[in-house]
Design a protein around this ligand. Structure first.
Ligand code: DX5
Ligand code: ZN
Length: 220
């Protein structure tokens, strides 16, 4: 179990009318990464923002931009997200057509490559991808919306992936995304996650400053 998880506030739950200020605020208040959810209204039933928005807020933080692409097809957009200033690009295995090739392409640009597993996606999918992976993101809700309930059924998946990662020589991040709060974050860390993505429980806790929300997630 990791001592200090990294916290990645998800901008999906931020105030879109002042995204730059929101990025500055969480960057100054203890975030480790900025998580950016890109949705196309096709791969997932919601539309968020694209590379131009990401490029426009890049200057507000020196933290890594952890970009979660929920778009299909994905390959033809990778270059635009690289140019926008992404540091990590995570794609879904279903976004196809050739996941290994997509991950190779991302690493070819010098970025970290991640794969996201939906709640219904089996871990065996990872078996032939380890050589091109820097990050595994376990979805603990079905992708598309913030504010959903954490699916405890995914904890055993996190634990199995942790076992696999520990057998490898290269460091690979294990991120958990969806319904994370103090309690579910603790369960995820105990199962083996080392990055907590959190939208609602950073940006939408009434009367709780971001610094406190982030600290609560980190120290559980
Ligand atoms: C969901 C997104 C998440 C979302 C999490 O498809 O991938 O990153 O912002 O939001 P919360 O933390 O509110 O569940
Ligand atoms: Zn996400």
């Amino acid at each position: 179990m990791v001592e200090t998880p990294r916290i990645a506030p998800s901008l999906l739950a931020a105030d879109f009318s002042k995204l730059g200020e929101e990025v500055v605020a969480v960057s100054e208040m203890g975030a480790d990464l900025i998580h950016l959810d890109v949705m196309d209204g096709h791969f997932v039933p919601n539309i968020s923002f694209g590379p131009d928005i990401i490029a426009s807020i890049r200057k507000f933080s020196s933290l890594p931009f952890d970009v979660h692409l929920m778009i299909e097809p994905v390959d033809s957009y990778i270059e635009a997200f690289v140019a926008a200033g992404s540091d990590m690009l995570t794609v879904h295995v279903e976004a196809g057509p050739h996941i290994h090739n997509t991950l190779q392409k991302i690493q070819g640009f010098g970025l970290k490559a991640g794969v996201a597993l939906n709640p219904g996606t089996p871990i065996e999918t990872l078996d032939n991808l380890w050589d091109v992976l820097d990050l595994v993101l376990v979805m603990t809700v079905n992708p598309g919306f913030g504010g959903q309930r954490f699916l405890e059924s995914q904890l055993s998946k996190i634990a199995s992936i942790r076992d696999k990662i520990d057998q490898l020589e290269r460091p690979i991040g294990l991120s958990v995304d969806g319904g994370i709060n103090g309690e579910t974050g603790k369960m995820s860390i105990e199962a083996g996650a080392d990055i907590l993505v959190a939208g609602s429980s950073v940006f939408r806790l009434e009367g709780v400053p971001y610094s406190k929300a982030i600290e609560q997630l980190r120290n559980r």
